[in-house]
Every structure is written in C-alpha cells, then in structure tokens.
Design a protein around this ligand. Structure first.
Ligand code: B12
Ligand code: SF4
Length: 480
C-alpha cells in the first residue's frame, strides 16, 4: 500500500465544509430512515487536514435549522466555506453562501447539484463551483485564497467574471484512490448517526465507498461528478477502512455506497477472501446489477455477511430495459431474484414508471414480475428527467413548470408530459403498494385469498381505474 503524507506545517487557510441537508425537512426520510454523513465531505476534510489545512465540518443533518452554521462561522472564522450541494438542499446552500460571503470567506460549491447547474450557483451567491472531483481542487483554492491569489486559474474551478463563465482547465481524476486518507469521521457527530441506527435496527451502521464512477450508460442516470470513469480502492485498503470503523466506532453493519458494487470479479473475489480471513463479524449491504450477481458469487457474499442487496430492476418489460439502455436482460433479473431468495438475502428493488415509450402493457409486465418474486422492499418512482441526461434531452420540450424550477423531486411527481396523466402513475404506485402488502400477508392469509384479492384489484384496474385515468389523450408517439 502506498505511504500517505502526514500532516505538514500549518497552512494559513481555514476551511469550513457544510452539509446543508436537514433530515427532518426531507419528506423521504420519514419513510426510509437512511442517514449517513456525506462521504464526499468526510474525504475532502481528511485530505485537507492531511495537507496541513485547518478544517471543520458543519453537518446540519440532525439540526432543526441552519443556526448552527451561523454560530460556527463566527467562532471558526474560515477563509473558505465549501458547501456540498444536492437539488433538495439548494435554498439552504444559497443562504449559507450569503452568510459566508458577508463574513468575508470565499464561497465554494461542489457536489451533484452544483456540478449540473454550475451557472445558477455562480449567479446566486457562490464565488466558485467545483463540478468534478474535489480533493486536490479545494486544497489549491484554499491555499490560493489564503495567499490572496486569483482563484480563477485553479484547475477544476469555475468562476463567473463580467457575466461570463470562466472554466479553468479540468483536473485529471485521482488515479490512486488508496492514497486518500480515511474519512474524517471525527469531524461529524458519529454518535448521533450510530445512535439513530442502533435505536431503529439494533445495528451500528456506517457507509463506505470502495470505488468512484460507473462505466455503464443508463440513459436516465446522472453522473455529473465522476462521469463514466471507474476507479477502485484495493481490497486491502477497503478492509483497512472496515477495520477502523469496527475498532473505533463498534460498527457492525456496513452499507457500500458505490454506484455499482463489485464490477470487477477478481476484485470482489479478493475482497471476499480478505473478509473471510479478517472475521470482523460485519453484516453488509450494497447496490449491484443483476447481470453481475452470479449465483456462486451471491453464495460467497452471503457467507461473509451480505444481508441486503439493492437491485435496479426498473421494468418488467425487455423493451423498456432496452429503451433505457440498461444493458440487462429479464432472464438475469429472474435468475438473480431467485438466487437471492434461495440464499435468504433481502432484496430491495428499484422500479421506474413513466419512462418514454412505456405503455400500460409494459407497466402490467412490471407488476407481474413484482408479483412473482415479491421482493422484501422496493421503491417505485415516476421517472425523473435529471438535467444533463439523455432522458432529459429527450423530454426537454415536454418539461412541466415544477421540473423547470427544481430539477427533481425524488420521483414523487410527474415532471414532464408523459404518455399518461400523473394520476395514472400515482394509481399504479398504489397497485404496487397493494401487491407488496399482499406479498407480506402471504404467511398469514391462505394463498387462495391472496390470489382472489389480487384478481379483484386487477379487474378494478382494467375495468374502472385505467379507462378513467388514461382519459381521452391520444397515444404517445413510439420511442426509439
Ligand atoms: C451514497 C448516496 C446516498 C446515501 C448517503 C448520502 C450522504 N450523506 O452522502 C443515502 C442513501 C443516505 C443518500 C440519500 C440521499 N441522496 Co444520495 N446518493 C448517494 C450516492 C450513490 C453516492 C454519494 C457518495 O457518497 N459519493 C462519493 C463521494 C466521494 O462523492 P461526492 O459526494 O460526489 O463528493 C465528491 C465531489 O462531488 C466533490 N464535492 C462534493 N461536495 C463538495 C463540496 C465542495 C465545497 C467541493 C469543492 C467539492 C465537493 O468532491 C467530493 C470528493 O471528490 C450518489 C450518487 C453518486 N454517485 O454520487 C447519490 C446522490 C448524491 N443522492 C441523491 C439524492 C437525491 C439523495 C436524497 C436527497 C434522496 C432523498 N432522500 O430524497 C438523499 C439526501 C441525503 C443527504 N444526506 O444528503 C442524488 C443527488 C441528485 C441531485 N442533483 O441532487 C444522487 C446524485 C443520486 C442520483 N443520481 O440521483 N444518498
Ligand atoms: S444507473 Fe447505475 S449502472 Fe446505470 S449508469 Fe447509473 S450508476 Fe451505472
């Protein structure tokens, strides 16, 4: 493993990093309690600290409002305030930038939303946007600003001068992820995170990232930061991080947050061998693709503690998978779902409704697949056209007002003129809800009763709901 640099001489730069996400304001959080500190900010902080920069994090996740930031701004007196952005949290990010600017700090935005809406952030109070990988760029920005140098030439930075965007040369991606220090967990309230997990699940859960980027090319997927690059830490470095979480924080359950876990078979085989050898007693979960989860691999994963897998099933129609450029086959979905069931691993399916080209028959095929395999957990969202994706391009002329304003709302509303009205998709979501409830009731009700309820619901859908909700709208043009 390469040697890492230790803390160097103290820098005059003082960096305050902010996560503006407030959990109690997120409507999704009330349903799925999944709270982890931002790995992006933890890594930026560790990197800056490793290079001698004084750094703090204001994480608003458990806060009531943003007052904690104002207080810290006064006591820490940063030369640079860096904000992690998501679409959901942009109003607060802008408010933080306003306060930071008033206090004389350079304001820098990074993360997925600023990467996609760079100009918007620069017009709304940020001095600099870092659309790509942040570690080396924020270090240079911090040093430049502390020395009074112009930040516009720092590679990886974007600024706005005289009404025009100035993009400094892009910075190459980090080649060796093993050279990054361990995340700066000590700068956030790990007790609060681990405590809420312990209360809700009995486990002390933490998030770990083993790779950056994804080489696949699904047409609705937004990858503004790492694009289609793909880089991995060595399995040895991953185990070092797991051991640190286990020893320092008594973590016993890990969520691997990679876009796709285990893309390389030799890599995952090596990691599993190390996990078998280490006996950390961890349980874990990950997000993976059905084409990669071969039954023999799943068996080994289960033996090292794999408890749950998130799979992007998306649709029960091969035509729709092809239109989405998923690169997966229905036969692979079926094989993986069966193998997960046989191994006793929980499966969480992501499903999507409303993607251009989808007909009522395609939705029906998705529902039938769902009924057949009855996954333990699922989310069925209405397709969200995220700016910068091919899907967004495709429906650009059909975006509705709300989409133009916010860009995304987590798959709860229809943001473009789709084949059917929003009420039809909402109704279909309710049908999946009923199906999930029936799946859970299978142990308690007789199979005959479950089947009968399903049939009645289907008939109601075909004869009453669908004709009523589809309305008289002409059929959508065929998609290519
Ligand atoms: C893991 C993950 C989660 C986890 C952990 C979240 C967390 N606290 O970080 C969970 C499941 C809890 C989660 C929840 C949510 N997530 Co999420 N999540 C991800 C995922 C898969 C990986 C994020 C990650 O850790 N990346 C690794 C780190 C190293 O990268 P990074 O964060 O991008 O940071 C790097 C750069 O962006 C940059 N950078 C980042 N911030 C800053 C700040 C500055 C100042 C600078 C200079 C640079 C910089 O430097 C970093 C290091 O190089 C991404 C998809 C993706 N691949 O990014 C979605 C993603 C970020 N999530 C998303 C969403 C929508 C959410 C939710 C809002 C969903 C909801 N509840 O409605 C919540 C918000 C929760 C929160 N705390 O913010 C969207 C954001 C889209 C958008 N434009 O806003 C993404 C992009 C997925 C997608 N394509 O839709 N998420
Ligand atoms: S949806 Fe998943 S597999 Fe497809 S491109 Fe995005 S991250 Fe990769």
């Amino acid at each position: 493993m390469p040697e890492r640099s230790g803390p160097r001489d103290r820098d005059p730069a003082r960096v305050l990093l902010v996560d503006p996400y407030v959990a109690r304001e997120d409507p999704m959080e009330r349903k799925f309690i999944e709270l982890y500190p931002s790995l992006g900010l933890l890594t930026l902080a560790a990197y800056l600290r490793d290079h001698g920069v004084e750094v703090g994090i204001v994480d608003l996740t458990f806060a009531r409002d943003a007052r904690a930031f104002a207080k810290r701004l006064r006591s820490f007196r940063p030369t640079l305030v860096g904000v992690h952005t998501k679409t959901l949290t942009y109003p607060r990010a802008l408010e933080i930038a306003r306060q930071a600017r008033e206090a004389g700090a350079l304001t820098v935005a990074g993360g997925p939303d600023a990467a996609t809406r760079t100009e918007f952030y620069l017009k709304s109070g940020f001095d600099v946007v870092v659309p790509g990988e942040g570690e080396a760029t924020i270090l240079d920005l911090a040093r430049a600003t502390a020395m009074g140098r112009d930040v516009a030439t720092v590679p990886g930075a974007v600024v706005r001068r005289s009404g025009r965007l100035l993009r400094a040369p892009a910075r190459p991606f980090l080649r060796d992820l093993d050279a990054l220090p361990l995340p700066a967990w000590d700068l956030v309230d790990m007790d609060a995170y681990l405590g809420q997990w312990e209360r809700s699940t009995g486990e002390r859960r933490a998030a770990v990232l083993t790779s950056r980027g994804c080489p696949f090319d699904c047409s609705w997927c937004s990858k503004p930061t790492f694009g289609r690059t793909f880089r991995q830490q060595s399995p040895e470095r991953v185990v070092e991080e797991l051991r640190a979480l286990h020893d320092r924080y008594r973590v016993d359950y890990v969520r691997f947050c990679d876009d796709v876990f285990g893309i390389s078979r030799p890599w995952i085989d090596r990691l599993l061998t190390l996990l078998e050898r280490e006996s950390l007693g961890l349980q874990w979960e990950c997000l993976a693709r059905v084409d990669l989860l071969k039954p023999d691999l799943l068996h080994r994963m289960r033996a090292t503690g794999l408890a749950r897998v998130y799979v992007g099933v998306e649709s029960g129609s091969q035509k729709m998978l092809d239109l989405m450029n998923r690169g997966t086959r229905l036969a692979q979905v079926e094989r993986t779902a069966s193998a997960l069931r046989a191994e006793g691993i929980r499966q969480f399916w992501f499903l999507m409704l409303g993607y251009p080209g989808e007909t009522l028959e395609d939705i029906e095929a998705t529902l039938q697949l769902f009924r057949r395999f009855s996954p333990e957990e699922y989310s069925v969202s209405i397709a969200v056209p995220i700016p910068g994706t091919r899907f967004h391009e495709k429906v650009r002329d059909r975006l509705r007002g709300v989409a133009r304003r916010s860009g995304s709302d987590g798959g709860r509303s229809l943001l473009f003129e789709a084949a059917y009205p929003e009420s039809l998709y909402r109704w279909q979501q309710a049908r999946f809800g009923l199906e999930a409830a029936l799946g859970k009731a299978r142990g308690r009700l007789s199979p005959r009763v479950v089947r009968r309820i399903g049939e009645v619901a289907d008939r109601f859908h075909e004869q009453v709901a669908a004709p009523l909700l589809v309305g008289k709208r002409p059929p959508a043009p065929p998609e290519t």
